[in-house]
Write a protein of this length. Structure first.
Length: 340
């Protein structure tokens, strides 16, 4: 059976362009693949267009808009999820307009489908005491506890994304002074991140304990589960939730009801900012492409904003211990008797 033009271009986009020319990460490719899987399911079930008959002629902006409504109404997706799906479709059509210039008008109609406005969430982060409370929970008398303490300490110390953490291999660790970790983030971009002495000590002990596993294989995962396989993002979240619950029960630190591994990354950035570290260095540590992304931490920290304003220049407002009306005894007596 002859392939449709949509099938040909989508296969090339997901199988060749994204991993090869674009250099997209496996997670990005999976996310885009899931979006088009949902689109195919919608076309088949709701529009009665089976995948083997679906063409680019069918996929106009009206169908895309109906698909987005279906995500919200039938699948109960939030606006943020809807926007993520639309971003994947937009990316495909930006690619398509160069592959099929005669379809540029149709592509631009799809690219004009707007994102839905979403309410920005307040950035959540832990205090330093909160981080200490969680890191004090793992049982270091067990192998899993030592792994968890090393992993969570490294997650905080490097400000790593959770995917960057689980992707770490033995070969990404350089123990010669100064000790640095090579993290590979979005777009397969790598950066070297130094770690502090306490975390370095934990890491050395952890590597010595697992020496038999990694000596001959630099590509061996740094953190594994009980089956010896690489930890997943869900696994890290489960471990963090477990120690958060323990810390809440023990009453140590000020802790929220729930946190994510990304909250640890936010916490590291905020603690650096509050300590006076320049935003440029924080940007490099976190692996942001643009410092405007890092500036969100400065906008989120009320203490930082107040301190910056206070240091800018002296306030011209006159300071007085007591205002004039507070010195007027007759007026004060009148105000006291006003509500009687």
């Amino acid at each position: 059976m002859k392939q449709t033009d949509f099938a040909v271009h989508l296969s090339r986009y997901l199988g060749i362009y994204l991993p090869g020319q674009s250099g997209s990460s496996i997670n990005t490719i999976r996310s885009y693949r899931d979006t088009f899987s949902l689109l195919l399911r919608y076309c088949n079930d709701e529009q009665h267009l089976p995948p083997q008959k679906l063409t680019l002629q069918h996929l106009d902006h009206n169908l895309i808009e109906q698909f987005l409504l279906w995500l919200e109404n039938a699948r109960d997706c939030c606006a943020a999820t809807r926007n993520n799906r639309l971003a994947a479709i937009h990316a495909f059509y930006r690619y398509l307009q160069f592959e099929e210039p005669q379809l540029i008008s149709r592509c631009q109609e799809v690219l004009a489908v707007p994102y839905k406005k979403t309410q920005k969430k307040v950035m959540s982060y832990l205090t330093l005491d909160g981080i200490k409370a969680i890191l004090s929970q793992p049982d270091t008398f067990t192998a899993s506890g030592r792994r968890d303490l090393t992993m969570l300490s490294l997650l905080y110390d490097t400000g790593a994304r959770v995917q960057e953490l689980v992707d770490l291999k033995m070969e990404d660790i350089r123990l010669s002074s100064p000790t640095v970790i090579r993290l590979t983030g979005k777009g397969n971009k790598s950066r070297l991140v130094p770690i502090m002495a306490p975390t370095e000590k934990l890491l050395r002990q952890y590597l010595n304990e697992h020496d038999k596993n990694h000596t001959a294989h630099g590509g061996y995962p740094l953190f594994c589960n009980r089956e010896g396989k690489k930890l997943t993002r869900a696994g890290v979240t489960y471990i963090l939730d477990k120690y958060l619950s323990q810390a809440q029960i023990s009453g140590e630190g000020s802790l929220p009801d729930a946190i994510s591994p990304h909250c640890i990354r936010h916490s590291k950035a905020m603690h650096l900012l509050q300590s006076g570290v320049n935003l440029v260095y924080i940007r490099d540590l976190l692996g942001h492409a643009d410092i405007s992304t890092t500036e969100v931490y400065a906008r989120a920290d009320e203490h930082f904003k107040r301190k910056a304003l206070e240091q800018a220049y002296p306030s011209p407002t006159p300071v007085s211990d007591t205002t004039s009306w507070q010195k007027d005894d007759d007026l004060l007596d009148w105000l006291k008797n006003l509500g009687k």
